[in-house]
Structure formats: structure tokens, C-alpha cells
Design a protein around this ligand. Structure first.
Ligand code: PLP
Length: 461
């Protein structure tokens, strides 16, 4: 019988293909089970997960304490609507999360995932502006490139979708350039480029009319938009100053970088000078065990919104007891196992391994990252940083080759390759040095074979 599933099914499977799988993609393996940093398919093949899925499964798979907490909560009650009932899981999760997020991020609102959390955060920001008697503020500035999700509102903030047929349906928000330390604008060093990008925010605010702008949203460490690229402390300080000067809210989208991934509880803690007004989390918050996202806000903003009528823009599954119980168990694990600090140490060991590969494998142009949020970028020529030809789908080819060798990687290209090809190195935060050694060895053999292949195809000399 034909396979009727849409997501994940390929032409070979007879269903409608997943949007990013090109025609001719071979049938994907079927997942059988997963434990820790390993995943097995139904043919019994084992894969090591160097990506945590799409940078989500921070705890690794099959964590007993999280599964027990999920079972316990499910046995009591899965669902209760917050308009009728409070839930202990919700209040405990909010308290623990805010305690670790730190002063100024005092309250949490829970939803089902990343894009929904970004949208709720923007709606909350707008209600706050209206409550403060600033109804003229509604524009949201984002960076180029950026990725904030795939709903219509979050696509509008994400230049990823420039060629999408959906483009006419997207609100045209102002964009400012994101600094790329590896590829700064021509003739500038990374620091000067970061200053240029921060000043572009100021100019855009003035051009748009600063009192029409609600917020500036930033991935403090770029995810799908730029492969773990981040900027210097002066950039984060400067954007904070500019936002404060014009009364614009600074939002950190920490859907990838948060929950310990960057070697601190939040990436905002890596650059304390940034002091974002609002922070959005998802992915690692539920670690793939259950869908959950959140935005965090300061008490004074919540008080203003509550006084002017409250925030009633949730969805059916907002703050569901089951989601919150899983989030709470994930957070307990993160804290009791000291996973942010472990990510910091293991991440530095991983980058050492990748730097050693870079010395040996010419197509590796850059190794970068914080904690276990890392990427390597590919080049045709390390000297000139020339990218590999855009007509070659490097990410797809590499992912496939790695998978054949039992290695799961998350390879991407931003803006059709204009900002290069790269792959995320984001294994679960529980990864040990032994796991990292295994990942680096498998990656080395994949990349050496890929280089040979590119030479055979005359792409490389
Ligand atoms: C920075 C960032 N924001 C938002 C999202 C969207 O999250 P979700 O896929 O849970 O909607 C993602 C997903 O990759 C992301 O990386």
C-alpha cells in the first residue's frame, strides 16, 4: 500500500516529499530506537548523533528520569486548560526556569514550540507597547540572514525564505545585516564589520522612524542562518545601547542557543552586556521528549500587560501539564548534571579536534562555536575563502555520505550558498570525550572521501 505520510516520505515512498528533500532522494531509513547519543534504524544500523536532531535533543535519548516524570504526569493528568486550572508542573517549571535565566527574566509563558514562542513574544511586546501608551510601535527589525521559524510571521523575519512561493504572503519587515566574523564585509576586519552592522541598526531605526519600531530580534549565536556564527562583545553592547536609546525591545531568540547549548544556561549569559529584554526558548527546553517553547519577560512588562487587560493570546496547548512536567524534568537533569559546564568543556575539546582536522583537510575553512553549539564551514580555497560551486549541493551530499558511515550531521547552506556551506557540530550535551572522538573520526573519513570525490569530479584541483 502507498505510504500516505507527508513529512519524511519521499518520492520513493509514494507520498508527498518533505519540502527540502529534492527529487531522487533515496528512501530514508526508518527509525527503530534511540539511547543516549545513538540512534538505530529498523535494519539494525547504528548512527551517532552529532547534531541532536535539529539541535534539539540536548539530553540525548531515553533519559530514564525524564521518561519517568512523563509517565507520572501522564498517569495523573495530561491536559488542563490554564483558564480553568493552574498546574504544579507549570508553576514549578516557570520558577526554576526564571531562577536560572536570571534577574530581569522573571516570568515565563509556555507554548508548544519555537515559532509559536517567537510569535507570542512579539504579540506580548506589542501589547506592552500599547499598555505603555506607545501604540505607534509595531515594526520588528530582524537581521539578514536570520532564521526564526517557519510560520508566516516568523518567515517574514527570516530571509531564508527569499525564493519561497509564500513570499507575497509575508510581511515585509526591515532587515539589518548580521555580522559574520569569518566573512566580514569587503575590506573590513571582523570588529569593524560588527560596528558597521550595529550602526546599520541605528540608521534603520532612524529611517523607519524609531517610534514606529517595537523590537529588534537577534539569534545571539546564529543557527540555521549562519552556522554558529557570533559576534564580539562590543557588538552585543552596542545593539543594547541603541535599543535602549530608542526605546526598542531587544529580543534574543535562544531557541537553539539556550538551555545550556552554548556552555551557559543562556547565550545571553555569554555576553552579559547584551541584557535582552525578552528571551525565547524551545528545542532544548523539552529536549525532544515533548514539544514545548517559552518566552521569558521581566516582571515590570508583565505587570503592565496584566494591568491593561492581560495576555490572552495563547493556543490550546499552552502550558499543558504534560509539556511542563517534561520541561521541568529536563531542566532538573540539565542542572543536576551540570550540563552547561560540561558542554563548555566538551565543546572546547570538540573544537580542538575540528581544528586538527582543518590543518589536514583543505575544504574546512573555519571552525567556530561556543559550548556544544559549533559549526565548520567549507571552502574551495582556504586562502581566498572562495565557496564551493553553488550548483553542488554540498550539505545534501555530505549528510548522505556521513549517514552511510553511521554519522548524523546537520549540514546547511544559507541563502542558496551566498553565505557558504557549513555543518553544525552540536551533539547532545551529555556527550563524553569518547563520543567526540568517535564523531571526529567518522567526520574525518567522510570529509576525506568527499574531497577525493570532489577531485574526481574536477570541482577541486
Ligand atoms: C533560532 C530559531 N528560532 C526559531 C526556530 C523555530 O523553532 P520551531 O521549529 O520549534 O518552530 C528555530 C528552529 O530551528 C531556530 O533555530
Amino acid at each position: 500500500m502507498a505510504d500516505r505520510a507527508i513529512i519524511g516520505s519521499t518520492p520513493a515512498g509514494g507520498g508527498v516529499q518533505h519540502f527540502w528533500l529534492p527529487h531522487g532522494t533515496p528512501q530514508l531509513p526508518r527509525i527503530a530506537r534511540a539511547r543516549g547519543v545513538y540512534v538505530w534504524d529498523t535494519d539494525g544500523r547504528r548512527y551517532i548523533d552529532a547534531t541532536s536532531g535539529p539541535v534539539a535533543v540536548n539530553l540525548g535519548h531515553g533519559n530514564r528520569r525524564v521518561l519517568d516524570a512523563m509517565r507520572r504526569q501522564a498517569g495523573r493528568v495530561c491536559f488542563a486548560y490554564p483558564s480553568y486550572f493552574e498546574s504544579e508542573a507549570n508553576t514549578q517549571l516557570a520558577d526554576l526556569l526564571c531562577a536560572h535565566a536570571g534577574h530581569g527574566l522573571d516570568r515565563a509563558f509556555f507554548v508548544s514550540g519555537g515559532a509559536e514562542a517567537v510569535e507570542k513574544c512579539l504579540e506580548f511586546a506589542r501589547l506592552h507597547a500599547v499598555a505603555r501608551d506607545e501604540p505607534g510601535r509595531f515594526k520588528v527589525i530582524s537581521r539578514f540572514p536570520a532564521f526564526h521559524g517557519s510560520t508566516l510571521a516568523t518567515q517574514a523575519l527570516s530571509e531564508e525564505w527569499h525564493k519561497s512561493p509564500l513570499r507575497p504572503m509575508l510581511q515585509q519587515w526591515p532587515k539589518v545585516p548580521a555580522p559574520f566574523s569569518y566573512r566580514p564585509a569587503a575590506r573590513l576586519d571582523a570588529e569593524a564589520d560588527a560596528t558597521r552592522c550595529a550602526e546599520a541598526l541605528r540608521e534603520t531605526l532612524l529611517a523607519e522612524g524609531a517610534d514606529t519600531v517595537l523590537a529588534f530580534i537577534v539569534e545571539p549565536i546564529m543557527g540555521l542562518s549562519g552556522g554558529a556564527a557570533y559576534s564580539s562583545p562590543s557588538y552585543y553592547r552596542r545593539i543594547r545601547e541603541i535599543c535602549s536609546e530608542f526605546g526598542v525591545l531587544l529580543i534574543f531568540d535562544e531557541i537553539m542557543s539556550g538551555a545550556g547549548r552554548a556552555g551557559r544556561f543562556l547565550a545571553a549569559h555569554v555576553w552579559p552586556e547584551a541584557r535582552p529584554d525578552l528571551v525565547v526558548l524551545a528545542k532544548g527546553l523539552g529536549s525532544g521528549y515533548y514539544p514545548i517553547g517559552a518566552f521569558l519577560a521581566p516582571e515590570h512588562m508583565v505587570a503592565a500587560v496584566v494591568q491593561s487587560g492581560g495576555f490572552h493570546l495563547g493556543h490550546t496547548h499552552k502550558a499543558s501539564p504534560l509539556a511542563c512536567a517534561v520541561g521541568l524534568a529536563v531542566l532538573h537533569e540539565l542542572i543536576s548534571e551540570d550540563l552547561p559546564a560540561r558542554a563548555e568543556a566538551t565543546g572546547s575539546y570538540l573544537r580542538d579536534g575540528l581544528e586538527a582536522l582543518k590543518a589536514d583537510i583543505p575544504i574546512i575553512g573555519d571552525v567556530r562555536g561556543k559550548g556544544l553549539f559549533n559549526a565548520i564551514e567549507f571552502v574551495a580555497d582556504a586562502e581566498t575563502k572562495k565557496t564551493l560551486p553553488r550548483e553542488i549541493d554540498v550539505p545534501m551530499e555530505l549528510s548522505r555520505m556521513a549517514m552511510e558511515r553511521g554519522l548524523l550531521i546537520y549540514a546547511r547552506r544559507t541563502f542558496g550558498g551566498r553565505f557558504g556551506d557549513w555543518l553544525m557540530m552540536t551533539p547532545p550535551l551529555i556527550s563524553t570525550r569518547k563520543h567526540i572522538d568517535e564523531i571526529v573520526d567518522l567526520l574525518a573519513s567522510t570529509l576525506r572521501d568527499y574531497e577525493d570525490d570532489l577531485r574526481r569530479r574536477k570541482v577541486l584541483p
